[in-house]
Design a protein around this ligand. Structure first.
Ligand code: GLY
Length: 341
């Protein structure tokens, strides 16, 4: 799919005639005018809403500004939103679409690897609250995920790497073949479409089986419990992908200490993350991380479901009580922990 064909494609999938394209200032420079032109050429009425890049835009303030903007046009129930961007733009726009007029359509156009393989698919939308990441949100499936992988060509290396954490997550979760392939770093340029397709196919099965995240879909959160705690503790200065990399290794180390996996599994996970040059040091104390995890939305009363690697290609859900989690985390002597800052 090419961005320039967006208008043509949408003509046949929606009856809506008006749209707002939401993007951020980074993506605006490269792709907004192409996106808008393609839509206008097919007769769509197009407005745009551009947010600051970064996690701060997943806030209640930006969300309300966006809703008020939609109402000022006004966008009606048959109209739709376009999310042109990465995870922040996708989650924010998806949540606005889920709630504006009690729900209008949204088209996701991922422009990062992370959004391509994960956040644009499956209908999780939301914003952050002061208490934690993604604490307000809704399940709202996109009408269409419009994937044009050439849009990833302008990604800074660090942002591309961020998405690699999610790709590695899928491999550790259930795909040994993908894991082996990723060990050969030369794959990146020529096989990006295959890698995206593989990840999307894996995620599709989890979402179809468990759309509302009550069971198996939670496995997709491998590494995310500790990751969200790190993101929150650092005021989102550590990016999502970097935090997921740290989180995956930490939970593997904890699993080893609990006798749930072999040292070999921890070593394999560490090696692949090092291959992609992830900084695996965690500067928060286990106590700080535990405090942050208490407000995690995956918590269920006095317990929380952790995703634990038994080996590469085999992760399982393990329910632990909050007390157990504290004991496991705070006795884990996470090796990369320095000083709590
Ligand atoms: N990002 C995990 C999920 O969509 O369930």
């Amino acid at each position: 799919m090419r961005l320039d064909d967006l208008g043509k494609t949408l003509s046949s999938v929606t009856k809506g005639r008006s749209t707002v394209v939401v993007t951020d200032k980074n993506v605006e420079k490269f792709y907004l005018s192409r996106c808008v032109e393609s839509l206008r050429k097919e007769g769509f009425q197009v407005d745009t809403f551009v947010v600051e890049p970064g996690e701060e835009s997943k806030s209640g303030k930006t969300y309300l500004e966006l809703l008020n903007f939609l109402a000022s046009i006004p966008l009606t129930r048959t109209d739709f939103l376009v999310a042109l961007g990465g995870g922040v733009v996708g989650d924010l726009t998806g949540f606005a679409a889920a709630t504006y007029l009690r729900g209008i359509d949204v088209i996701q156009i991922p422009t990062t690897l992370l959004a391509s393989v994960d956040s644009s698919i499956g209908g999780k939308t939301g914003i952050n609250l002061e208490a934690g990441k993604n604490l307000a949100g809704a399940f709202h499936q996109p009408l269409l995920v419009y994937q044009d992988s050439s849009l990833l060509q302008t990604l800074p290396a660090a942002v591309f790497k961020d998405g690699m954490a999610e790709v590695i997550k899928y491999a550790i979760l259930q795909d040994k073949e993908l894991f082996s392939m990723l060990k050969d770093v030369k794959w990146t340029k020529s096989h990006i479409d295959d890698v995206i397709q593989t990840c999307v196919s894996i995620k599709k099965v989890y979402v179809e089986e468990d759309e509302f995240d009550k069971g198996r879909r939670q496995l997709l959160n491998f590494g995310h419990t500790i990751a969200h705690a790190i993101e929150k503790a650092t005021g989102y200065k550590v990016s999502h992908g970097s935090a997921v990399a740290k989180g995956m290794l930490s939970i593997a180390e904890i699993a080893k200490k609990q006798g749930l996996c072999e040292q070999n599994t921890v070593d394999e996970i560490r090696k692949i993350l090092e291959l992609y040059q992830f900084d695996l040091e965690i500067s928060q104390s286990p106590e700080t991380l535990y405090e942050m995890i208490l407000s995690d939305k995956k918590r269920k009363g006095a317990s929380i479901d952790l995703v634990v690697p038994f080996e590469v290609g085999d992760c399982r859900l393990k329910r632990v009580t909050i007390e157990e989690l504290k004991r496991v985390l705070c006795n884990s002597e996470i090796e990369r922990h320095r000083e709590d800052k």
